[in-house]
Design a protein around this ligand. Structure first.
Ligand code: MG
Length: 393
């Protein structure tokens, strides 16, 4: 009986740089750096494999990349073009399975359970995807296949570029054993240092521990790391249709008609929802408010916006919708805010180049606030319009 290999992770190789090399054949075979000019403070967004030979990496300051390889071709980020290519790649992926979770502009998970009747084994499906992406779009995509998300993503990265790697359940322990703990999902630099201090350097070191040992020392994350080290990952795919919108609503204990309170609620909901968007790497292109009156009559008002995940922009748009729809007279029993038309977000650096400057400024503030909340808890910081008034407290 064949082992289960139903989760596929697809990840384009050096995506932005590859698109540039595709569109401009004179760049092929050359070190290409996308993002930041050589004298700017910007960082490298993506670089070609030719540039990686010089030690250039994503997120490195562009000035440093220039010192490493002055002959590299530095290009600005052309996000609309990459988004157009990204859509075509996801369209190819979705031929193979309707269950797809888009992770970012250049990677996605596919659940290929039950696809083998149509397309053959998991390996054949991987090969077909690679062939179709290359022959139709000219891009190289790496594929990892396994029985869960963690291992599928790990597999696609193991033999990059142009990889097709399968990890079965019976191989998982051996494959994981020699890898550094930083390869475990959720282990960042700080956690890696703490684990190193406990004498744990490789995933094999965790495999050798009794189940509760790590949990007793570093808390519930220890349990998760122990499971991942053993190739156990229970996370389900979150397909696109389940995330096409994101919303928050509140039914009031007593009917209200206080527009100042509704404005505060908008700011609070916008902050929560946009934070979720940023954590998921998404942006929204539509803002909807919902009002339910005391007699249960319900209205919604929507506005399409330039894609963003900024608290301030969403707050502003929702506030305008409220003022057009509601005059503060009729009592309300419920208010809701939802964000629709979600799509993978461009990151901060990339965003700077093609979005209005104010949006980029908001993003920097939002990202900083996320970082503080992640470190110190959700209530550690808020924008001034979220702070309670004297008279409401
Ligand atoms: Mg990639």
């Amino acid at each position: 009986m064949a082992e289960l290999t139903n989760i596929l992770h697809a990840d384009l190789d050096a995506f932005f740089a590859s698109v540039e090399q595709l569109d401009n054949p004179s760049l092929r075979g050359k070190p290409v750096v996308v993002g930041g000019s050589r004298h700017s403070r910007g960082v490298v967004s993506t670089c070609s494999y030719e540039a990686r030979k010089f030690g250039i990496r994503s997120a490195m300051p562009a000035a440093q990349a220039y010192r490493l390889c002055p002959q590299a071709v530095f290009l600005p980020v052309n996000m609309p073009r990459y988004q157009e290519m990204s859509r075509q790649v996801f369209a190819i992926l979705s031929r193979f399975s309707p269950i797809m979770e888009v992770l970012s502009i250049d990677e996605a998970f596919l659940d290929i359970s039950g696809c083998s009747r149509l397309y053959g084994s998991a390996e054949e499906i991987g090969r077909l995807i690679k062939e179709q992406v290359y022959s139709e779009l000219g891009l190289v995509i790496s594929i990892g296949i396994s029985y869960n998300k963690f291992l599928a993503k790990l597999a696609s990265d193991m033999d990059k570029p142009d990889s097709l790697r399968i990890i079965t359940e019976s191989q998982a322990m051996e494959v994981l054993k020699p890898l550094p703990v930083s390869r475990i999902w959720g282990v960042g630099q700080k956690t890696e240092e703490s684990l190193n201090k406990l004498g744990i350097k490789t995933i094999g070191d965790i495999q050798a521990l009794p189940a509760g040992w790590l949990e007793a020392r570093i808390g519930s994350a220890g349990r998760l790391f122990w499971e991942l080290a053993h190739g156990i990952d229970q996370r389900a795919l979150e397909p696109e249709q389940e995330r096409k919108s994101l919303g928050r609503e509140e039914t009031f204990p007593e009917d209200i008609n206080d527009t100042a309170y509704l404005e505060k609620l908008i700011a609070q909901f916008a902050a929560e929802l946009c934070r979720k968007l940023r954590q998921a790497g998404l942006q929204t292109a539509s803002v909807t408010i919902k009002l339910r009156y005391s007699d249960f009559k319900t209205i919604t008002r929507s506005k399409t916006i330039y894609p963003c995940n900024s608290d301030m922009i969403v707050t502003q748009v929702a506030g305008e919708l409220l003022h057009h729809a509601y005059n503060g007279k009729r009592p309300l029993r419920l208010f809701g805010l939802s964000l629709g038309h979600l799509s993978p977000a461009a990151d901060l650096e990339q965003g700077n180049l093609f979005e209005p400057q104010s949006n980029a400024d908001h993003k920097e503030i939002d990202l900083l606030m996320d970082e503080i909340r992640n470190r110190f808890g959700a209530n550690a910081i808020s924008r001034a319009n979220l702070l309670p008034d004297k008279d409401t407290e």
